[in-house]
Design a protein around this ligand. Structure first.
Ligand code: GTP
Ligand code: MG
Length: 237
């Protein structure tokens, strides 16, 4: 596999403190990088525009307002498919997703249709989270696993690789959620379509700079999605 066939997609909202360093470290891997910025008030978008003059393999989409993670990913999937990339990596700009784990995911990219960076398989974990945050994430994944009826353990992971061919085969345009629910819904579509999903252990590190966008709305959206999926499962039985 050639790294030039890989597109890393990174949505950004107020990542001015992280973005320049992030871009340089990702592009050292000889992959391409697409940033989808939602008119960040801290000027992230302007920094990205400047960096684009320095790097041939950096691309960006600038949207007029904060439209959410889910729609940013969908926009990036379309772009990746139109530009004929073979692999699409979802990765955050806040260094929660480690560069050495990116290398690890890339090495395994051809082993399935969806490669999940997993905190909950042996060797995986999270660093810097308090007990409450750890418990929330672990229990959300446990409930999701039971509702969907899968062995996969880190379904909310936002660090993952899709093959473009599999993205082309599933109706990702139908996914309407944001945040963690977006990751769950995408995974669910892969399950329904019998796509091969594998997990690779990663260490998730709490961001050092900038602010988390995690909020109650994101959690309640995920709960509503799980209720919907549970309803679907019961009606199939
Ligand atoms: N374009 C865009 N990017 C966003 C939006 N919300 C978050 N992001 C970016 O998506 C990535 C993940 O967001 P985080 O704030 O780290 O949220 P999180 O990872 O779910 O929360 P933490 O685990 O607390 O870090 C980061 O690169 C953010 O800048 C949004 O509405 N639009
Ligand atoms: Mg984060």
């Amino acid at each position: 596999m050639k790294n030039k066939n890989i597109l890393v997609i990174t949505p950004t909202y107020n990542e001015a403190e992280n973005i320049e360093h992030f871009v340089s470290l990702v592009l050292e891997r000889n992959v391409s990088l697409l940033i989808v910025d939602d008119n960040s008030p801290d000027g992230t978008g302007d920094i990205v525009k400047k960096l684009e003059n320095q790097y041939d393999s950096l691309f960006s989409i600038h949207r007029i307002e904060k439209l959410g993670l889910g729609s940013a990913y969908k926009e990036a999937f379309r772009w990746a498919i139109n530009n004929k990339f073979q692999f699409v990596v979802e990765m955050d700009a806040d260094f929660s997703h480690r560069l050495i784990d990116l290398d690890k995911l890339i090495v395994n990219a051809e082993k399935g249709d969806l490669i999940l960076g997993s905190r909950y398989t042996p060797g995986g974990g999270s660093i810097g989270w308090d007990r409450k945050r750890k418990l929330l994430s672990y229990s959300a994944n446990l409930v999701t696993r039971l509702v969907i009826g899968t062995q996969i353990r880190d379904i909310t992971s936002g660090f993952r690789i899709y093959t473009s061919s599999s993205l082309n085969n599933i109706d990702f345009e139908s996914v309407s959620s944001d945040g963690y629910a977006f990751q769950i819904e995408m995974f669910y579509l892969y399950c329904v379509a019998n796509k091969k999903v594998i997990e690779i252990p990663i260490l998730f590190e709490e961001r050092r700079l900038g602010k988390s966008k995690m909020n109650k709305k994101i959690i309640s959206e995920a709960i509503q999605l799980l209720i919907k999926l549970l309803g679907k499962r019961i009606s199939i039985k």
